[in-house]
Write a protein that binds this ligand. Sequence first.
Ligand SMILES: O=P(O)(O)OC[C@@H](O)[C@@H](O)c1c[nH]c2ccccc12
Length: 268
Amino acid sequence: MFLDRIVATKHQEVEMLKQTLSISEAEKRIAELPACKGFERALVGRNRPVGLIAEVKKASPSKGLIRPDFHPVSLAQAYERAGTDCISVLTDVDYFQGSNDYLTEIRSQVKVPLLRKDFTIDERQIYEARLIGADAILLIAAILTPKQLADFHTLGRDLGLDVLVEVHNRPELETVLEFGQATLIGVNNRDLKTFVTDLSVTEQLIGLMPSGVVAVSESAIATTDDVAYVRKAGAQAVLIGEHFMRQPIVEDAVNALLGPALKEGATQ
Ligand SMILES: O=P(O)(O)OC[C@@H](O)[C@@H](O)c1c[nH]c2ccccc12
């Protein structure tokens, strides 16, 4: 099963990080960094009727190579021109052909808040995310214990990061709601264990979230009907990767799927 393999690889990566990243050193360096850009705030004060996190994604274990002609900075700049509220950058190397360097390069060229999209299983990866230039991290409930979820959430917030907590079923959502700190929750329409996608997962789970939570529908969104469906189900934002990555001009793809961004300052 891929998720187990990915997590096993992450354990090896964390062992390497233990050699190269000292937490006290990381804390010192982070103290010198500029504040994070508000990721969650950008989704709430969005440029369109629905918030948009557009993803920079070269490949995935379920789809293989998605975009052969892959220039992360140009893609992110195109997303920015299209008025994307936030950008997600895959940093996993082995399964998604991502890189920490992509995130750092994008950070130096675009102003939009950035999510470091990876499989977090250890606190060191959270320090690392802040150091490479992320504004937000992803915590996947399926691979964390309730205690890890709560501890990593607290650490992320303490380091100034926003935290997108990802769930795929009701027990995971209940665990997340129990620790009570999550303000930004993503429903992954893709089951990471089987890769089966089903947009109705968004509908099933968003209804169980308390008001005040910013709900994001993630994965397998490709048509205006898909966007309308998840919005109707209560999603305040969508996270879209593959569909945009398969279009030659991603800026046009964003506008075709979600309409042009509203003028600055206008929100709904
Ligand atoms: O490319 P898609 O189907 O539009 O999906 C984007 C994003 O939701 C997906 O990449 C994703 C959601 N959660 C994840 C966790 C790990 C890796 C990847 C993901």
